[in-house]
Every structure is written in structure tokens, then in C-alpha cells.
Design a protein around this ligand. Structure first.
Ligand SMILES: C[S@@+](CC[C@H](N)C(=O)[O-])C[C@H]1O[C@@H](n2cnc3c(N)ncnc32)[C@H](O)[C@@H]1O
Length: 205
């Protein structure tokens, strides 16, 4: 396992519908999970690589109408799915952009949430952008695939999640976070290590 991650592949937008399939997701309660990661009523949260909105919907519910969500994705066909799933919301902004260059104002966001997407991008570039848009003391919430051996097999015997060499495993992400000046303040493994999350804060205010 290398100290640095090299992205191999970007999500195929033809599979956008799969992102809402409960069997494929393995996550039964996205609202409970985002709350466990620290998302609360009234917060301003950015969802980077929002996909079809599986987590955006939960984030909107968690922040309530007192908070705000900005959802960012690079791919137009994915965002078309997103709009069908989420519809119009008074406290939601959707942006088609590279998450390493969101165009969002600096220092305005309480949390940046990024699920199953960090492994698709240049981690160092993403972390610089995340640091720029977070408020001082703001939190980065990353959810990723862990060790494939621990992931359940589907009907055709394939392990859930991307191939091993596409995964951004926990120790590699911790290394990137440390290099970018983030400190992990909370973390947990899900499904016996098949997925994991890290909550981190910038240690250079
Ligand atoms: C595997 S999907 C995960 C989607 C969503 N977070 C979820 O968990 O349902 C990864 C998403 O990241 C988006 N993505 C990949 N690279 C990106 C980039 N550089 N900027 C913005 N979005 C990106 C893809 O278009 C895709 O929708």
C-alpha cells in the first residue's frame, strides 16, 4: 500500500441509478450515519461528489430548514438524476464543477462531506479546496471503501465496492490528511471494515 493515492477511474454516469439502490449501497440509514458523523440542525454543509443525492437528502434532513446544503458534482448526467431524486429545495444549491475548484466562497462552511468520491480525485488538491471553503474550526467528513476482503459478495460472487487498486484505504487517507494539515478527530469502521469514515479538522487555523 503506497503512502499516496493515485486516482484510477471516475464514476460511470450510466450507473447513476445504482447509487440509489439500497442493495448496492449497503447503508441502511444514511440519516443516522451523517448524524453520527456530526451533521446537526442549522449547519451549512457542502456535499462534494454528490452523485444522485443519496447522502444529500440525508444531509438536508439533518441540517433542517435552519441549515443549508451545497451539492457539487462534475458530471451533468449524474446531476440530472440528482434533480429527479431531490427536486427543488429552498436551502439547497447545486453546482456542476470539479470539486477541487468549486467556486464556493472561502471560509463559509461548517462541514464538508465527501462520500465514496475522494478515491476518484487527486486527494491533495481536494484537501486544499476543502480547507479553503471550510470556516475556521470547520470539519471534513470523509466516507470511503475499506479493505475489500471484508466486503460482502453479491449474487455473482463479486465483492462490494471498487477494485482494490482504486480504493483509498484508511492509512493512506490519514497520511494525506496529515500532509495537508488536517487532524483526525473521530473515525469508525462500518461493516467490519468494508467502509470507514474519518472526521478531520484543519490544524492550521
Ligand atoms: C461513486 S460516486 C458517489 C456519489 C455519492 N457521494 C454517493 O455516495 O452516493 C462518485 C461521484 O463523484 C463525482 N466526481 C468524481 N470526480 C469528481 C470531481 N473531480 N469533481 C466533482 N465530482 C466528481 C462523480 O461524478 C460521481 O457522481
Amino acid at each position: 500500500m503506497g503512502k499516496h493515492h493515485h486516482p484510477q477511474h471516475i464514476f460511470n454516469p450510466a450507473k447513476a441509478e445504482k447509487l440509489l439502490d439500497p442493495k448496492w449501497r449497503l447503508i441502511e440509514d444514511p440519516l443516522k450515519l451523517v448524524q453520527q458523523m456530526g451533521v446537526k440542525a442549522g449547519l451549512k454543509v457542502v456535499d462534494l461528489g454528490c452523485g444522485a443525492g443519496f447522502f444529500t437528502k440525508a444531509l438536508l434532513e439533518a441540517v433542517t430548514l435552519h441549515g443549508e446544503v451545497a451539492a457539487v458534482d462534475l458530471q451533468k448526467p449524474v446531476l440530472e438524476f440528482f434533480h429527479k431524486h431531490i427536486g427543488e429545495r429552498p436551502n439547497l444549491t447545486t453546482i456542476q464543477a470539479d470539486l477541487c475548484k468549486t467556486g464556493l466562497k472561502s471560509g463559509q462552511w461548517d462541514s464538508v462531506f465527501i462520500a465514496f468520491t475522494m478515491h476518484e480525485v487527486k486527494v491533495a488538491d481536494a484537501l486544499q479546496e476543502i480547507k479553503r471553503i471550510l470556516k475556521p474550526g470547520g470539519k471534513l467528513l470523509v466516507l470511503e471503501w475499506g479493505v475489500s476482503d471484508t466486503c460482502p459478495e453479491n449474487d455473482s460472487g463479486k465483492r462490494a465496492g471498487p477494485p482494490d487498486d482504486h480504493r483509498l484505504l484508511h492509512p493512506t487517507l490519514l497520511n494525506h490528511l496529515q500532509e495537508a494539515g488536517f487532524k483526525a478527530i473521530n473515525r469508525d469502521e462500518l461493516l467490519g471494515g468494508c467502509q470507514y469514515y474519518i472526521v478531520a479538522q484543519s490544524d492550521r487555523e
